[in-house]
Write a protein that binds this ligand. Structure first.
Ligand SMILES: NC(=O)CC[C@H](N)C(=O)O
Length: 358
């Protein structure tokens, strides 16, 4: 295994070994404190442009599932058709694996998809540095070939355009209610959660103007990067919100941010984001709490929501916004991931709620 150095933008260095594809890489260094789910997280398009640090100390021991595809054309075990994270950073990498569903080890998958993986890094110490300083850019450099690659840029870069579908895709044609899904980088389990509830899905590119189409409801998916770069999506959502024909809308994660922006609210960057399977949220106006799966670095500033909108959920760790709703119309969104994959299923009922409203 070749030696590498992870250099953070404040100059902090961590030394480790390469076990994935061998190429220097730069990106935003983020941490995820979930105990499992590396195949799902690596293929979650919302990790595009990021070097994903896992705090759970042992990674790889349950291998990688096969890339089988279900009849609706959705991968069975992966959240998209490829790895989107720019690299994975772990403490102990286990090449040996044991799981009923494993087909290969993590290293072989990373090499095939040309994604670097590094191990031997004290990822809990790295996480402490990121929590103190706030999220930082970083580079992985090979010690025996110290090419000085440029720092990556993250804020202001439109990653959504890179991962969104390029043309309209239909699922469950003629099934029933028609839902337009704006694909900012949608996870497969969001598609599955909607299709399993019997709707017809029309998945459109992030900047597609769907307003003149025939549909019963609008779904705004998750996606990578800075929500302020999705100007065209916000314009299309604004047209939808001002249409005299009121139809239901639900958003997830980037969808929460874009719906809020279309309503007139603003977004800010969290110090180090929420990435885990155990983020506690409370439904506003109740004492009901849920444990949620999350992966985001930006948040809606609830104080900027216009008077006809309100917060739907609030994060119990830091008080940040976890969802919004319109006071009168059937429009709501969650900052967390009710589809999980991976993570707890506590909030999957939000899909039922959306489909009931159609
Ligand atoms: N998972 C997501 O949709 C993430 C939304 C946005 N890219 C953020 O980091 O906040």
């Amino acid at each position: 295994m070749r030696s590498i150095t992870l250099v953070l933008s404040d100059g902090t260095k961590f030394h480790g070994k390469s076990f994935g594809y061998e190429k220097p890489v730069a990106g935003e260094v983020v941490f995820n404190t979930a105990m499992m789910g590396y195949p799902e997280s690596l293929t979650d398009p919302s990790y595009a442009g990021q070097l994903m640090t896992l705090t759970f100390p042992l990674v790889g021991n349950y291998g990688i599932p096969p890339f089988t595809v279900e009849e609706k054309g959705i991968a069975t075990f992966m959240e998209s058709d490829r790895i989107h994270a720019s690299a994975i950073i772990v403490s102990d990498y286990s090449e040996k694996y044991s799981h009923w569903n494993a087909k290969e080890n993590l290293a072989d998958w990373l090499k095939r998809e040309e994604v670097p993986g590094i191990c031997g890094v004290d990822t809990r110490q790295l996480t402490k540095v990121l929590r103190e300083h706030g999220v930082m850019m970083g580079k992985i450099i090979f010690d025996d070939e110290p090419t000085n690659i440029p720092e990556a840029e993250y804020e202001g870069i439109n990653y959504v355009a890179k991962v969104s579908c390029k043309e309209v895709i239909h699922y469950n044609r003629g099934a029933g209610k028609k839902v337009i899904l704006v694909d900012c980088g949608v996870k497969n389990n969001i598609l599955r959660c909607l299709l399993d509830r019997g709707v017809e899905l029309i998945r459109v590119p992030w900047n597609y103007d769907f307003n003149n189409m025939d549909f019963d409801g609008l779904f705004l998916a998750n996606g990578p990067g800075d929500p302020d770069t999705c100007v065209e999506t916000v314009k299309n959502i604004q047209k939808f919100l001002t249409n005299p024909k009121v139809r239901p809308c639900m958003g997830i994660c980037m969808g929460n941010q874009l719906l809020s922006k279309a309503a007139g609210a603003s977004i800010y960057k969290l110090k180090y984001g929420h990435r885990s399977h155990n983020q506690p949220v409370r439904m506003v106006g109740s004492n009901q709490c849920f444990i949620t799966s999350q992966n985001h670095g930006y948040a809606v500033d609830s104080t900027t929501l216009p008077s006809d909108w309100e917060s739907l959920f609030v994060n119990m760790n830091d008080g940040s916004n976890e969802g919004v709703k319109h006071k009168k119309n059937p429009w709501f969104s969650a900052q967390f991931h009710p589809e999980a994959c991976s993570g707890p299923l506590d909030t999957e009922f939000l899909f039922d709620k959306f489909v009931e409203l159609l």
